[in-house]
Design a protein around this ligand. Structure first.
Ligand code: GLV
Ligand code: MN
Length: 195
């Protein structure tokens, strides 16, 4: 769901774009572009699965793979320990296609009508997450699991539900979260201490 490109490609010059923010990234001169700009091997290795949630997302988006600039697509590799979770999050700028390539993954999202749609995926199976909706993947198999996720944006953006609400800086007042979740402020403080 990114805008259409106006040229064949526009390999991002990320450094220059930092100094000159636009909607996207400025292009490196075409005369300086080589085959290497269209190549990325960052998804070839398993990510560290010994993390808090038992999983890691390795991104191939415009920030790691500047050749994707203006092309409207990107991809992640997600590795999960047994019981590992890619916690509830959403992507403001893209729909997501989840392809299981190893193990068994419970994949689900919640619609704006609060309906939970989910499936357990085996290798070779897909599930689609509509843009902007909160979703997760949870490894329900015995061994490790891996998914390849693809997006219709060069930079899908990610809003992680728990850290957005309980880990923002500055933080959301305890009173607001206590009222929103209908719990005591002590519980809010306890959750905040983890983010
Ligand atoms: C999975 O949900 C991902 O965003 O890669
Ligand atoms: Mn996602």
């Amino acid at each position: 769901s990114d805008p259409d490109a106006l040229q064949d490609f526009c390999v991002a010059n990320l450094k220059l774009s930092n100094d000159t923010p636009i909607n996207g990234f400025v292009c490196k001169p075409a005369s300086a572009v080589t085959s290497d700009d269209f190549f990325f091997d960052g998804l070839s290795k398993e990510g560290n699965t010994s993390t808090t949630f038992g999983g890691t997302v390795t991104p191939a988006n415009v920030l790691t793979f500047p050749g994707l600039n203006t092309l409207g697509l990107s991809m992640n590799r997600v590795d999960y320990a047994p019981g590992g979770l890619n916690p509830p999050h959403s992507h403001p700028h893209a729909s997501e296609l989840v392809l299981a390539v190893r193990g068994e993954l419970l994949v689900g999202f919640v619609s704006t009508s609060n309906v939970f749609y989910s499936k357990v995926l085996k290798p070779g199976e897909n599930f689609v997450i509509p843009r902007g909706l909160v979703h997760f993947q949870y490894n329900v198999g015995k061994g490790k699991a891996t998914a390849i996720t693809t997006f219709d944006s060069q930079l899908p953006g990610v809003v992680i539900a728990a850290s957005t609400l309980f880990g923002s800086k500055p933080d959301i007042p305890d009173k607001v979260l206590a009222k929103a979740f209908q719990v005591d402020e002590k519980i809010v403080k306890a959750i905040k201490s983890k983010f």
